[in-house]
Design a protein around this ligand. Structure first.
Ligand code: GLU
Length: 292
């Protein structure tokens, strides 16, 4: 585990989750871009036994969700959600180490103990729960297609005739292959941003993944007027916080943090600040389901 703590996690997480105050923000300027708290020699534990730091996996190339900016800041809904949760666990934004968690790597990063949490547009599925556990969900997206602005895709049936791009190890690629359009061509990369030049250049007809991710790409200044969402709801995707399999104490603390974030209005603020500029209209916050 990469959780850096002065004393036993069991005592600290539960105690701190009841008492710590929230400090999530829509701006990750104060986050640690480089080293981790453990780089300080691991002797900086707080006197009350609180966690010294957390290593959290996010996406680095998904505007509105998880983005490493050219200035070295981390921005997006997942960054704000993760920062809020960390604060509830007693960890300052400065003591979060952000690690890139590409879709195919997420379970491995957790199972190896390279990260404490993954907050990376990470859909809760039974298959993933064989190797890791989830807290949440904290958000619901729908799988959709990003297409060129002059194209139309009006039904699932039409997708079988298309060549698509998606990401290996994602529910998007799997649902396309297994359910939506088994006959469609599918190029798979490690990240969605690698699909964008193919869509622009015409080597693929569409990118498929969650609508919140696609809306972020469509709204990037360099893509203005080029792409649009097809508006198909191909699947509901419930985003959870990934953590080590069977760590029920951490899961319960993260669930408490998510509930508080929703109840105190922070969730709605984070959603509006991060997804509103792309014109994305989110539904309401989901119920927590990952309780046992
Ligand atoms: N939410 C889906 C998943 O967890 C697609 C987005 C992603 O790959 O992060 O697979």
């Amino acid at each position: 585990m990469r959780i850096r703590k002065a004393t036993a996690l069991a005592a600290t997480v539960l105690a701190l989750s009841l008492t710590a105050t929230a400090c999530g923000s829509d701006d990750a300027d104060s986050t640690d871009n480089g080293g981790s708290a453990s780089d300080n020699g691991g002797d900086t534990g707080s006197d009350d036994g609180g966690l010294e730091g957390l290593t959290i996996g996010i996406k680095f190339d998904q505007p509105g969700l998880g983005l490493l900016t050219p200035d070295g800041d981390y921005k997006g809904l997942d960054v704000d959600v993760a920062t809020y949760i960390a604060a509830e666990l007693g960890v300052d934004a400065d003591d979060i180490e952000w690690l890139e968690a590409p879709s195919p790597e997420r379970e491995n990063l957790i199972s190896r103990g390279d990260v404490d949490l993954v907050v990376a547009t990470y859909s809760i599925t039974d298959a993933r729960k064989e190797s890791i556990s989830f807290a949440g969900p904290y958000f619901v997206a729908q799988q959709d297609l990003l297409i060129r602005v002059d194209d139309e895709v009006n039904s699932e049936e039409e997708i079988n005739d298309l060549t698509l791009c998606s990401v290996a190890g994602s529910t998007s690629a799997q649902n396309l292959r297994d359910n939506v359009a088994p006959d469609a061509g599918l190029h798979e990369f490690a990240t969605y941003s690698e699909c964008l030049s193919g869509l622009e250049g015409g080597t693929v007809d569409a990118i498929t993944t969650d609508d919140a991710i696609l809306a972020g790409y469509a709204a990037q200044p360099e893509h203005e007027g080029k792409f649009k969402l097809a508006g198909l709801n191909l699947n509901d995707e419930y985003y959870g916080v990934g953590l080590a399999k069977g760590d029920t104490e951490l899961r319960d603390s993260v669930n408490e943090a998510i509930e508080k974030m929703i109840d105190d209005g922070s969730w709605a603020e984070f959603v509006e600040a991060n997804l509103g500029p792309a014109g994305y209209e989110a539904g309401s916050a989901p119920e927590i389901t990952e309780t046992d």
